[in-house]
Design a binder for this molecule. Structure first.
Ligand code: ADP
Ligand code: MG
Length: 337
């Protein structure tokens, strides 16, 4: 890769920027904080995320990409440009060395939204812009040789969506997506606690429960004390929640992901199923780290499910590295433009 090739994973939870000879150069939450009256940027990324749920009226904290679609177009564009500029400035890439940028976008984006991301990237200073589908990028990042005529099944679980695809020869054979992923897991925990304990907790607290004690396969001797507000008394209250309760809370979402995996496999041609059974299913994205999830899918499908090395950065890595193999991708129709 030449010095000025950049891969960007524009995820619903995190934006990750990868440069082949440098690795990850930026990894920040997809969050932007602006002045509510003027829309001037106050902070972007990590600093903005810290403000979620804690802001006074004059500050708006926005997650512009939600559930795999662009919820706030102008803010998504501002955020993307801000991150690109940050990377380009840090690297000291001048106007004469404008980078080629490959962007991986959430699966639910319409053609118009993809075009808009492409345009924003160009305006931020890219010489050439390419948009890649997430399963292909995830596969490359997970170390799969996509030019081979063998089938691979990829399950990417991000913040907004779970994307399941079977790929072969650099192209997608089958691809399905549902809006059940990391954010939904947090929501499930939040709703469960509200219903069972009359306690309202924040999104960040729900995520903390998920990260620290959740297990959807087996019950562990783990618990956590969390604080929130009692619905009835409206006073602060703390409760203890245990591992088994997280399994109960997440059961429906886990089953939806298992069902979708099963459906995709059901539509896969037999030759490719044989390849997948031999190599195993690969999981990527932060959501695949939910404890016990891989095992649950494995038990249902009867095929080994492997979590990729560094699953949260796979897509970004694959996105950066595919700039080297544009020819393979261009041969597979509609995978890139
Ligand atoms: P996106 O591609 O949508 O930006 P990511 O692949 O970065 O999303 O994944 C973000 C999601 O992964 C978040 O919901 C986060 O809570 C979840 N996540 C990250 N680490 C873990 C973990 N160890 N266990 C469970 N969930 C995790
Ligand atoms: Mg992702």
């Amino acid at each position: 890769m030449s010095r000025a090739d950049i891969g960007i994973d524009l995820g619903t939870s995190n934006v990750i920027v990868y440069i082949s000879d440098k690795g990850i150069v930026l990894d920040e939450p997809s969050v932007i904080a602006v002045d509510a009256r003027t829309n001037n940027i106050i902070s972007v990324g990590k600093d903005a995320r810290k403000m979620l749920g804690k802001t006074p009226k004059n500050i708006k904290v926005i997650r512009p990409i939600r559930k795999g679609i662009i919820a706030d177009y102008a803010m998504a564009e501002t955020m993307l440009k801000y991150f690109i500029n940050k990377v380009i400035e840090k690297k000291g890439i001048g106007i004469f060395l404008m980078p080629r940028i490959m962007v991986c976008v959430p699966s639910g984006l319409t053609a118009i939204e993809k075009k808009a991301v492409e345009e924003a990237t160009r305006q931020a200073g890219a010489r050439e812009v390419y948009i890649i589908e997430e399963p292909i990028a995830a596969a490359v990042g997970a170390g799969i040789d996509i030019s081979e005529a063998t089938g691979s099944m990829i399950i990417d679980i991000g913040g907004g969506t779970t994307d399941i695809a079977v790929i072969s020869l650099g192209g997608t054979v089958i691809s399905e997506s549902i809006k059940v992923a990391g954010d939904k897991f947090d929501e499930d925990i939040l709703k469960y606690i509200k219903a069972k304990y009359n306690l309202v907790i924040g999104d960040r607290t729900a995520e903390k429960v998920k990260l620290e004690i959740a297990n959807v396969y087996e019950d562990e001797e783990k618990s956590i004390i969390i604080r929130g507000v009692d619905i009835i008394t409206r006073l602060p209250k703390a409760i203890k929640i245990n591992c088994y309760e997280t399994k109960e809370a997440l059961e429906e979402s886990v089953n939806q992901i298992i069902e979708l995996s099963n459906r995709v496999l059901g539509k896969t041609p037999p030759e490719l199923i044989a390849d997948i059974a031999e190599k195993g299913i690969i999981m990527t994205g932060g959501g695949c780290l939910l404890k016990g999830l891989a095992k649950r899918i494995e038990d249902k499908l009867g095929i080994e499910v492997k979590i990729a090395d560094n699953p949260t950065i796979c897509v970004a890595k694959g996105t950066g590295e595919t700039l080297n193999s544009l020819d393979i991708l261009e041969n597979a129709t509609g995978k890139i433009r």
